[in-house]
Design a protein around this ligand. Sequence first.
Ligand code: NAI
Ligand code: MG
Length: 490
Amino acid sequence: MATITEPITTPAVRETECFIGGKWTPSVSGQTFSTINPSTEEVICEVAEGDAADIDLAAKAAHAALYDGPWGKMDARDRGILMNKLADLIESNLEELAALESLDNGKPFADSSTADLPLVVDCLRYYAGWADKIHGKTIPVRGDFFVYTRREPVGVAGQIIPWNFPMLMTAWKWGPALAAGCTIVMKPAEQTPLTCLRMAKLAQEAGFPDGVINVVPGFGPTAGAAVVKHPLVDKIAFTGEHTTAQIIQREAADTMKRLTFELGGKSPNIVFADADLDEAVAGSDAGLFFNMGQCCCAGSRLYVEESIHDAFVERMLESIAGRKLGDPLDPSTQQGPQVDQAQFDKIMKYIGLGQEQGANCAAGGNRFGDRGYFIEPTVFTGVTDEMQIATDEIFGPVMSILKFRDMDEIIDRANNTMYGLAAAVWTRDVQKAHKIANSVRAGTVWVNCYDAFDAAAPFGGFKMSGLGRELGEAALNNYLEDKTVTVALS
Ligand code: NAI
Ligand code: MG
């Protein structure tokens, strides 16, 4: 895409209703909720507020689409063709979708148009390619039998996503589910329902049969909980906070749902003295501040080897100085607001805790401006392992820099967390790099890079950071059941 320099016009909001069984409808209760523009705190529009009644209709529509409609009988290759059509439609509306994402979520258009949207398109194309390449095995067994396995869709997939990457999380969830032949009941985050609804409209235009994709906006304890409990929903894929996942795990027990979770983190980002300092600073800056720090894999424990600590801090402060905060729809904006008042309050609380617990606030620390949920890029130095800014997921533009001495010490400290989503190491020494890669208990380890994602590469957490993997071939397994067929030959 050519570089855009003019301010982007505010995108039109089109879809605000529930999408169930191929129809756009108000919620059964008639209730709506407001979605807010986080850079102005003004209401963008009202959106249908679904609850258990709407989820029931959506689950029935998804079930019917799978077992009575054309989807269950469709050739796998044709499923892939539909998915590619959706990817094409998203690509041809890329600018509008990126602007809508920025309006609803607050992320800079410069990011949504060059990161989120291209990754969405790529993810759908990657999984479109899988649709006709999912197959079972023939298995040699004792006796006169012919045994083969079929890989069948798990059924209706319930998908619950957060607000930090609304469209990308939709693509990560729809891609493997559709490739596997499942149907979908999705509940987008209450903070950011608009782009998921727009994607559902484009899926309808692409020609997905009615009921294959259903989207019900609403809140977690009502609509989300109803997806988790519904007997016609076979599987839950959830991204969000680990405490929510624990509620889901308990609630899902009654119906024995398959579960996959992609949860939070407190990812160690380790910079050795022999690293390329320029690259380590740039990568660590982006690894924490990208998306206003609202990334599950944010490098939020930044460990710097003692001998380069002061030089590193100096360069990091230069790197963030002059960062442009403001209207996300201005293409020159580098940092937008946090998503909502609750996240803003949580982050400001942690900035206060950092100061109270003795860390040194070397940059930022304040609200930016007097309108919108903007927070200055904030850097704490002198952070120690037991401070809350070093243990808790802040999910905001708050960097904690800690010192370390040597390899033995850093591995224990890196693993001293309940989380295990990601880690990074910056070094020119291949032995150090591999030692860290092998020793850190995390689902992803980046070496001399950060946030390098690809639809083909699995992503997910050890420990409290999740269950199962998203992306790649791994995610397909979340949406498939193995069926063994045994044929007596004599
Ligand atoms: P959350 O886990 O409450 O919400 C995520 C999704 O789950 C939303 O769609 C929500 O409506 C739904 N949900 C909430 N309660 C539910 C329930 N009982 N049953 C079913 N669905 C339910 O996360 P929230 O409140 O938006 O953010 C809180 C914190 O969680 C953040 O500050 C951050 O630390 C972390 N978080 C981590 C994310 C990640 O990517 N790992 C994404 C978003 C938040
Ligand atoms: Mg919550």
